[in-house]
Every structure is written in C-alpha cells, then in structure tokens.
Ligand binder design. Structure first.
Ligand code: AMP
Ligand code: FE
Ligand code: FE
Ligand code: ZN
Length: 293
C-alpha cells in the first residue's frame, strides 16, 4: 500500500517521524510520504528511521505548503503538496521559513483572542505542545482539549478554531501559482491536496483547478477522507483529462485526527509516474534483511 500524505510533530501530527515510519510499516504500507506543513524538519529523523528497518520500505520526502488562490479578489486558502524537491533550493527554502515564522504570530493572535474570551489556555502551553514544530490550529485544539474545553481536537474545529470563528486569524499563504513554480524549479512534483474538502471553507472551482496546469501543477489528490464520492469521481475525470497524476492519501495526523494510515491509497502506476517526474532528490529505501541460510 502506498500513502502519500502524512504529518509528524514537525508540524501538526502527533507522531515523531520515527513513530510515523514504524506505524506505517505496522499499517502494512510499503511506501509513505512525509508531508508536514511548510517544513522539511521531520525528514532527517524519518530517513534515519528507515535506515533502521529490516523490511523493504520507501520514504518519499515532501511537504504541504500553505497557499492562496486569488481570483479577482476572491481569496481561497488551499494546500499544495510538493514531493521530492531539493530542500536547498533557495527561493522555496526562504518561503518555507517565512510561512513557518508567520504561524507563530498568527497562533499567538488566535490564543490571545481565545484567552480574552475566557478560555483557560496559554500561548506558552501551545508552544510546548508544538515542541518546535510548525505551529498550527491543531496545537491550539490540543490545548483546548487539555483544558477540558472540548472533547477532541476535531471538536475544537467545529466552532472555536474554524475559519468562520470570531477567534480565527489567517496565516501567511503563498500564491499557489508561485508555489507550483518554485516546487518545479526545485525539481519537485506539485500535487494539489484535498482540493474539494468542502467543509474546510471555500474551494476552487473547476476553472480555477484547470488554470493551475499552466504554471506546472502535476497532480490532484483525488481520494481523501474529506472528499464526497461524487467529487472524487469528477476529480478523477479531471485528472485523466488534464494528464495529471491521480493520488489518494490518508492525511494522517496521529491522534489529532481519527483517520488511519493507509485509509486512502495511491496506485503503483501513479507512484511510478510521480517518481519519473521528480528530479530534485531521490527516495529513501530500506531493503528486506537478507535471510539467514
Ligand atoms: P492551520 O494550518 O493552522 O490553519 O490549521 C489547519 C490544520 O488544521 C489542517 O492542516 C488540519 O490538520 C487541521 N484541521 C483542519 N480542519 C480540521 C477539522 N475539521 N478537524 C480536525 N483538524 C482539522
Ligand atoms: Fe494539518
Ligand atoms: Fe492539508
Ligand atoms: Zn495534510
């Protein structure tokens, strides 16, 4: 099984990168992509964890970039997965740093608003929960959970943390066309993440999706837990029509979301096509241990 979207505590997942790799093997995956928000901070530990395995396993290093689509003043937030880009490509590296930096002030602003409304959490608590990783709303959700305000992180998103909440503060996002271009320049493969996850807010329409082919989009994450069946069918048609990769992934976040590793998967054919499009860096592979004679 192939799962191309998973988070660690380098961003808003709860597993360490080592735990993610071990959990992926235990879940029966043979290929996994690590795709933390706006950071490659988990790569090194994940690579080391693959080095310790005695089963055949392939790690694909990637990230999920916070992006904005601005169509004549209609601004839509979206996520763009980038796979196998060169982490040292300067322009993209600088953008990642900017996005991570902005998450700090923005996270603190959301916490300030919640504290002012009487919710018993603190910014220091959120910083501790994030543990040096890219800060996101799920860390604030965890603080609200610890404070007994909500029953789960997902629960926190239904009101307090949703994008329509009075406490919501937007974060810095990169124009999606630029993100696509920078990932391509770094030899990576840009794939739009969960484009029709409607419950998260406004989504791109078909015309907007099509317009991303020109700057260099290479794939659509079709199979995702937040996509309805009819939307998956239409996105699959679009991917085929536009010659884009059709991927499917869990978007695993450990205990911060209920979805399991391998809950959605990508076909071996799509994986091969993805690998053949990447020129930035290679995959990290472990081999099965040689059998004793
Ligand atoms: P942020 O990047 O800080 O804006 O937070 C967005 C993150 O929150 C996403 O990457 C998801 O991990 C998480 N998230 C968004 N919607 C929900 C939800 N309904 N339930 C749980 N987690 C969510
Ligand atoms: Fe997330
Ligand atoms: Fe996402
Ligand atoms: Zn994700």
């Amino acid at each position: 099984m192939i799962d191309l979207h998973a988070h660690t505590n380098a961003s808003d997942g709860s597993d360490t990168p080592t735990e993610l790799v071990r959990n992926a093997v235990a879940a029966g995956l043979h290929t996994l992509a690590i795709t933390d928000h706006d950071t490659t901070g988990g790569w090194e530990q994940a690579e080391a964890a693959v080095g310790q395995l005695d089963v055949g396993f392939t790690l694909i290093r990637g990230a999920e970039f916070s992006c904005i689509h601005d169509d004549g003043g209609v601004r839509i937030s979206l996520h763009l997965l980038g796979y196998l880009f060169d982490p040292d490509a300067e322009a993209l590296k600088a953008e990642r740093a900017r996005l991570r930096e902005s998450r700090l002030g923005r996270g603190e602003a959301i916490v300030d608003a919640l504290v002012a409304a009487g919710y018993p959490i603190s910014w220091q608590q959120v910083v501790d929960i994030a543990g040096g990783g890219a800060v996101g709303r799920p860390h604030i959700g965890q603080a609200l959970l610890q404070a007994g305000v909500v029953d789960s992180v997902t629960d926190a998103f239904t009101h307090l943390l949703s994008s329509s909440s009075p406490y919501y503060v937007p974060k810095l996002e990169m124009p999606v066309q630029r993100a696509i271009e920078l990932i391509r320049q770094a030899g990576g493969v840009p794939v739009i993440a969960h484009p029709w996850a409607r419950k998260r807010g406004q989504i791109l329409d078909e015309a907007a999706l099509r317009s991303l082919v020109e700057p260099g989009l290479l794939g659509i994450e079709v199979d995702h837990i937040d996509h309805a069946a009819a939307d998956r069918a239409r996105l699959a048609e679009l991917a085929a029509e536009l010659g884009l990769l059709h991927t499917g992934s869990s978007d695993y976040h450990g205990t911060r979301k209920s979805v399991r590793l391998g809950a959605e998967t990508t076909s071996p054919q799509a994986l091969q096509a993805l690998l053949s499009l990447a020129t930035g860096i290679g995959v990290v592979r472990s081999e099965p241990a040689a059998r004793a004679v």
